[in-house]
Ligand binder design. Structure first.
Ligand SMILES: [Zn+2]
Length: 387
């Protein structure tokens, strides 16, 4: 090898080393900032978030419940893969001034408002670590691939559970220069997956950021966090408020019912639309109450919507995966009962359908027609049977 070549190779190696050192130094610095913020955060004690999940009386042990969950859940699944509407990605290419919402299944949402694109809790595959992916696969295909969606201006994450934070999706957006807004501590995972610390903003509750005129605020939730055996409650969870000229939105994240909803309504309400997680009501004292897992029965979901001063209610966190011990469509059917009592309008589009909130909405209960839908594929709606 001639000396000129050796010298240029050395220069290249040196610059790679410097870049790696720079990156390492940047990550160390961002962890130091994170640690200091966590030490000063009123939500944390000794590096862990204080959890206020209600405890409930139960005869079942933890392992008894786990056994019941895995041994009975196949009976709760839909009999067929659920119908969905393929996302009209051409339509989404032109930015919407009005509030427009596309449900991607479970708690994943593509929200447009004031021409900003906000992607919430994007999960396109399963809701579990890879080794147990078969146990938590989807009841409905993702209505669009992440590659086909327009690039969002920001991605909001509510917490680190697998059905809200997907590693492969985060890695995909890492190279796309998209901003991530996440609860305090969650940036740790994103940095590990290759996202530049400059593209991550971590929020404690009630902190906000203005994104091209749209105010985005991290607000409280009552849940927990973990992705492995040793990171329990080491990162914060949150709900999110989006306030724009053409609409205001509240997203509950995962949460048990609590006083935080009233506080959010008082400080930041009212809202044109709320995205609320929902599970089935416990009936006749049977079944394990989901509040002990940091979630809401349908009656809680409705009360939370009223507390934050919501107008229309868009239920999420149902249909796509089996996470509880109830029929897959029981949460939303229970919520219809609650809506009848309170005269609240529900927004329940197909998964994948884009809804423009500035236009009149024709809500229909597609899951109650799903056996019909399976037989008659409606071409005008571009309905495709899930794989
Ligand atoms: Zn969760």
């Amino acid at each position: 090898m001639n000396s000129q070549l050796t010298s240029s190779l050395n220069t290249i190696i040196k610059s790679i080393r410097l870049t790696l050192d720079d990156k390492r130094a940047q990550r160390i610095q961002s962890e130091q900032i994170r640690q200091t913020r966590i030490e000063h955060s009123p939500q944390f004690i000794n590096g862990r978030v204080k959890s206020n999940i209600p405890s409930v009386e139960t005869d079942d042990s933890f392992f008894g419940l786990l056994w019941k969950f895995f041994s009975t859940r196949s009976q709760y699944k839909p009999k067929h893969a659920l119908p969905y509407q393929a996302v009209d990605t051409n339509k989404l290419q032109s930015r919407s001034q009005a509030l427009r919402v596309t449900w991607l299944g479970h708690s994943s949402l593509f929200i447009e408002v004031d021409k900003q694109r906000i992607l919430i809790d994007p999960v396109f595959e399963y809701a579990a670590p890879r080794f147990s992916s078969r146990l938590f696969k989807r009841n409905v295909a993702a209505p669009a691939s992440k590659e086909a969606l327009p690039l969002p201006d920001v991605i909001l994450i509510s917490h680190n559970h697998y059905d809200h934070l997907e590693e492969s999706t985060a890695r995909y957006y890492a190279s796309k220069n998209v901003m991530f807004y996440v609860p305090l501590g969650v940036g740790r995972y994103l940095e590990k997956w290759g996202i530049n610390p400059d593209s991550i903003q971590e929020f404690d509750w009630w902190e906000n950021q203005i994104l091209n005129g749209v105010q985005i605020t991290a607000t409280p939730a009552n849940h927990n966090s973990a992705r492995g055996l040793f990171d329990g409650n080491k990162t914060l969870w949150a709900s999110w408020v989006i306030k724009a000229e053409s609409g205001s939105v509240f997203y509950s994240g995962d949460t048990a019912y609590g006083a935080h909803f009233k506080a959010i309504g008082d400080k930041l309400g009212p809202f044109d639309l709320t995205f609320m997680e929902v599970a089935a009501n416990v009936k006749g004292g049977k079944r394990f109450p989901v509040e002990a897992w940091g979630h809401m029965q349908a009656s809680h979901t409705m009360q939370a919507h009223l507390d934050v001063q919501g107008d229309k209610l868009f239920p999420v966190h149902w249909s796509t995966y089996e996470l509880f011990m109830h029929q897959w469509d029981e949460p939303v059917n229970d919520l219809i009962g609650e809506a009848q009592k309170t005269s609240i309008e529900l927004v329940t589009p197909f998964i994948g359908q884009s809804v423009d909130l500035s236009q009149p909405i024709s809500t229909h209960y597609w899951w109650q027609e799903s056996s019909k839908v399976q037989n008659e594929i409606d071409d005008s709606l571009c309905l495709i049977k899930a794989r």
